[in-house]
Design a protein around this ligand. Structure first.
Ligand code: PRP
Ligand code: MG
Length: 183
C-alpha cells in the first residue's frame, strides 16, 4: 500500500518504523540472554502478531521453533467482546517447552490472560509474553508481561499488524485513525 493512499485516514503517527525496529533490537537481545542454552518455542497469535513474529524472530541469535494460534475477540469492531474463540490451535505439544507468546498488543488484557491460562494447562516448562504494545490505562485484567515494546495511550491504533475492520495491518508504523474512518 502506498502510504499516501491511507494518509487521509490517519490522525497521527504514534511510533515510526525506526522506533519499532530499535525497540525490537533491544527486546531480542534481552530474550537471547534470558533463554541462552534453552529451547524456545515462539507462539504467534494470528493475525495481528505476524509482523512482530517475523521481525523479532529474525533478530534472535537463538534456535527457535515457531507455531501459530488464531484467536479472536475483536471481530470487526474497536471493542473487545471479552469472548475469546480459538480459530486455529497449535500443532505443537507444549510438554516441557519454553513458550514465548509473540503479540502485537495487550489492550484490555482479556485475550492474553485467557491464552496464558490455556497454554499453561498444557504442561509447558514456562509461558511468557512478548508484546510490541500495551495500553496500561485500558487493562481490565492484570497480565504478567515479560517483554513490552511500548506502553501507549488508550486510543485505538492501527498498523504493524493491527487492523481496523481488517485494514491497515500492512502499515510499517503505528498510527491512530481519523474520526471519519469510524463513521
Ligand atoms: O487485550 P485485548 O483487549 O484482549 O486485545 C488484544 C487482542 O486483540 C487483537 O486481536 P483481534 O481479536 O483483533 O484479532 P486479529 O489479531 O486477527 O486482528 C490483538 O491482536 C490482540 O490479540
Ligand atoms: Mg483485530
Amino acid at each position: 500500500m502506498d502510504q499516501s493512499d491511507v494518509a487521509g485516514d490517519l490522525a497521527d503517527i504514534l511510533l515510526t518504523e525506526e522506533q519499532l525496529g530499535s525497540r525490537l533490537d533491544e527486546m531480542a537481545a534481552q530474550i537471547d540472554a534470558d533463554y541462552a542454552g534453552k529451547d524456545l518455542l515462539l507462539v504467534g497469535v494470528l493475525k495481528g502478531a505476524v509482523m512482530v513474529m517475523a521481525d523479532l524472530s529474525r533478530r534472535l541469535h537463538h534456535p527457535v521453533s515457531m507455531d501459530w494460534m488464531a484467536v479472536s475477540s475483536y471481530g470487526s469492531g474497536t471493542k473487545s467482546s471479552g469472548v475469546v474463540r480459538i480459530l486455529k490451535d497449535l500443532d505443537t505439544d507444549l510438554s516441557g517447552r519454553n513458550v514465548l507468546i509473540a503479540e502485537d498488543i495487550i489492550d484490555s488484557g482479556l485475550t492474553l490472560s485467557w491464552l496464558v491460562q490455556n497454554l499453561r494447562s498444557r504442561g509447558p516448562e514456562s509461558v511468557e509474553i512478548a508484546t510490541m504494545l500495551r495500553k496500561p490505562d485500558a487493562a481490565k485484567v492484570e497480565v504478567d508481561v515479560k517483554y513490552v515494546g511500548f506502553d501507549i495511550p488508550n486510543e485505538f491504533v492501527v498498523g504493524y499488524g493491527l487492523d481496523y475492520a481488517e485494514k491497515y495491518r500492512n502499515l510499517p508504523f503505528i498510527g491512530t485513525l481519523a474520526p471519519h474512518v469510524y463513521a
